[in-house]
Design a protein around this ligand. Sequence first.
Ligand code: TNX
Length: 545
Amino acid sequence: MKNIGFLLSIWMLFVVSLTGCGKEQKAARDLAVIPRPVKMESPGGTFQLNKETRIVLREDEEERKGVANYLSQLLSSATGYSFEVSVQDYAEENTICLELDPAITGASGCYSLIVSDSGITISAPGVTGLFYGVQTLRQLLPPEIESDVLFPDMDWTVPTVEIFDEPAFLYRGLHLDVSRHFFPVSFIKKYIDLLALHKMNVFHWHLTDDQGWRLEIKKYPKLQEIAGQREETLVGHGLEEPFIYDGEPYDGYYTQEEVKEVVKYAEERFVTVIPEIEMPGHAQAALAAYPHLGCTGGPYRTATRWGVFPEVFCSGKEETFQFLEDVLLEVMELFPSEYIHIGGDECPKTRWEECELCQTRIADENLKNEQELQSYFVHRIEAFLNRHGRNIIGWDEIMEGGLASGATVMSWQGEKGGIQAAKMGHNVIMTPVSHLYFDYYQTDPEGEPLAIGHFLPLEKVYSYHPVPDTLTTEEAKFIVGAQGNLWSEYIKTPEHAEYMAFPRVVALAEIVWTPLENKNYKDFLQRLDVHKRRLDVLGVNYFKD
Ligand code: TNX
């Protein structure tokens, strides 16, 4: 008897803690928005989606209709409801209304989201804000909403909330290296979808490098035939000698049609695609195809291992600039982005030192040395792009020998380059190896797939703030944002890319969106727990600790 009483009380304790815990968990689930909004209040209560719920626009306008249709599609599969989009200028219950409202003010992308028990209103001064409001609404729904399979018995409730939200930074980027390993268009689209879910707005597409040129250029077909291929690939780590190769030819490139499709896909998700064409270094694949563009004339081969190689574009030859300008003309046709990334990193000067034409250029242009020759190169390309209404971004080495006047600096070797550039009045994107290199190990390497090295756990990513304390308020304005980089030397498949990127990208999203004073790692981890279920439904192979 005594025993039964004891067992009963244990059982009661269990039930009470379960229901209590259930409630808490539900509350946490209900408001697990990442990145955390600037202001969010939840008075209690819910709005229930049902088969009659409609999406309403105040006016018939293309871009807004695009967002409304996107929302409709997002909600339809799992619920099985049709979420018809209609245009009407009066308020009605059981609608999700998307409306432009110039009275809402804030940084580009700001929005307000109000969920009452009778309906939902997303308002914003611009259509980008409406799109971000949709992303928040999506995260207020159960993770199953992401499914493309029907969940017939699900309770599709949204907690009542009042949200005002705006991004802390203008530039919220994620990079992908498709040269070292190639990723199919289907994955690029998934990557862009994941950017959008996290209110990130730039996809930096690293399209060319020593180990492969991945973009179709009509005028130079050998870029596909030769530069797009390599004979084999290094097995194991790049610092381990002797080098062992797999003996298997490797190739891959995007056609211009595919690129257009990606750019359009990204545009519909308010993501700008910034292409990177590497110069003057990391150019060995291009030289394999067009050897006359190197100082020695070759022969060259597309690199088969990782590292920094001496074979770079010759700065003395006019043909080099002709080639790059032709390439960039086609690039500009494909990518409407204001910015074109021209690389500029890790360019050894050994060939230039020995090259008669490069030395003649140094003399003719009154340059002091090869550093200034690099600067000449970058200035010249910048001037060309400027004439076509574009601006350049370059890795921090573009500061060597004098920074081109309108260049934006991507500070990767730490924050030093970025700090210096901001002090000179240049826009800066922070992407330091210390905090934002997602090709680094995120836990003890033991048992992990091979990575380049180092150690960058989630908490360290989350702790990053893109504005260094050493800058004055005026200088700090030049820090336009931050970006995570995913270099693919050791990443061969989409699944592995997801594994390295997530959940670190989720932390990055909060770094660049949420005001510093609202950041809290413990709170982030609680929301991340729920968010991971969303990533599960989306089929994201994130790292699990
Ligand atoms: C440095 S970051 C590089 C890349 C490598 C990366 C590996 C930068 C501008 N250059 O070429 O892939 O390190 O982490």
